[in-house]
Write a protein that binds this ligand. Sequence first.
Ligand code: NAI
Ligand code: AKG
Length: 524
Amino acid sequence: MPKVLIADKMSAAATQVFRQRGVDVDVITGLSKEELINIIPDYDGLAVRSTTRPDAEIIAAAKNLKVIGRAGIGVDNVDIKSATDRGVVVMNTPFGNAITTAEHAIAMLFSAARQIPAASARTQNGEWPKSDFKGVELFNKTLGIIGCGNIGALVAERALGLKMKVIAFDPYLTKERAVKLGVEKVELDALFQRADAITLHTPLVEGTKGIVSRERLGMTKKGVIIVNCARGGLVDEEALKDALDAGHVRAAALDVFAVEPAKAHPLFGTPNFIATPHLGASTLEAQENVAVQVAEQMADYLLTGAVSNALNTPSISAEEAPRLKPFVDLADKMGRMTGQLIHDPIKAVEFTYKGAVTDLNTNPITAAALAGLLKAAMPDVNMVSAPVLAKERGIEIKESYVDEAERAESLIRLAVETAKRKFVVVGTIYRGEPRIVRLFGVPMDAAFSPNMIYVRNADKPGFIGELGGVLGRNKVNIATFSLGRMKKDEEAVCLVSVDGPVPANLAEEIRAIDQVKIVDVVEM
Ligand SMILES: NC(=O)C1=CN([C@@H]2O[C@H](COP(=O)(O)OP(=O)(O)OC[C@H]3O[C@@H](n4cnc5c(N)ncnc54)[C@H](O)[C@@H]3O)[C@@H](O)[C@H]2O)C=CC1
Ligand SMILES: O=C(O)CCC(=O)C(=O)O
């Protein structure tokens, strides 16, 4: 039974889902990094929110880890590159807390416009400070949204309901989508110049770090309101404090900070400044949504291989997973076999899919074959890490599809190019079993087995008898023997499945047979 660790506070719904699905689960929150490193080798899955930060060291220690699930959207707390290199799927829950976070942004906007937190604190302090608080209306004002994805769009919808005018900057927002949302797509500087209030809804990436900079704050209208419920590093906090102190920015409301938890901060205590402790996603509904979703997704992956909302590997739906499985197995075997038969660095790999398999999402099949191919040199590679590792090594990958009229049979052709030559293997599924139908240009019909001997030999009489003799003298029992040749008297290829591991010196003895050109031992 797979075992998952929930390392951050999460709705109990996650634990229930894991247990109902047959996944063993421990909930241990508040672990130090060292404590997590000590226990992580026991787990197949790690579920987190934003407190736990699975970095390269934690991931390196996680010898059995297959999946990290983020109950939330932002994955800046997870070292995705390390996870990918180690073949760990990283998944998030992109929609479960979006409405809640959009509502928090709107709440922050109102709070800033009317200074509700300060007014509340002073009223409860017995001051009745009515004349100190004169807010501004949001009606008819221009809201500038930076990042118009899931949450940005929900904020836009709500702001339009408040009869605000909405302008948005997002390089990936199409004109059509902008029209559909009822927002005006603008350039970044124009947004800073025109907005009465600015709200941020982008991830923290190279292009967005410090997007609310001192220079851009200088472009804004006097009296602008700044709201950030996305990620801390988006705003130059020092510049924001200066702009608030100068009275240029009317009010600012931050839910997120460059360093969290922000227990002491230069902005704290600044007039017209509102802070919440990263509460954007903190509602009963959102926390239940993300907990259930992350547990379902992680259980799906650990139990069936279905992948949803992964950031580092292609999706495989629950419906697709069982249909893909035989082809993923076939591709893995073809890759592993070929990887053991080639002995030079791979330059390019070409996949050709024919027949009914072309109806499926072939990305996982390609990834499985690549992982198999690279395994001889990189034993820890898997479907998640293989495409990235192949790319890093400059291996060119091509895929093509032949949608043949005869669709009953599916064929996968794997062509691997090294500096010296091109190796081609073609495989199929026959009666549910993976089979090789062509090996290095030679037609054959062979099953995969745990121990195989591959021999390339001159097609001359006497070879089979001699090979049988060598195997017999070494007490190696032949399970199946598949033979094929291109043309009479030219080269032949044979694939022998044997019962049990091949003795160390056997390949040498076979190589000594006159007709033999190449011998390789293949283990599956
Ligand atoms: N405060 C909180 O508790 C929460 C914060 N968040 C954060 O909110 C942010 C947005 O989340 P979603 O809307 O779900 O993400 P999303 O991926 O749907 O939208 C992000 C948008 O940012 C845009 N973008 C990327 N680079 C940009 C750039 N340089 N300039 C402008 N736009 C750019 C993208 O095109 C995309 O449309 C994330 O950082 C997420 O972590 C999400 C949930 C809760
Ligand atoms: O889990 C949380 O409370 C934070 C949510 C968040 O920041 C996110 O989903 O990106």
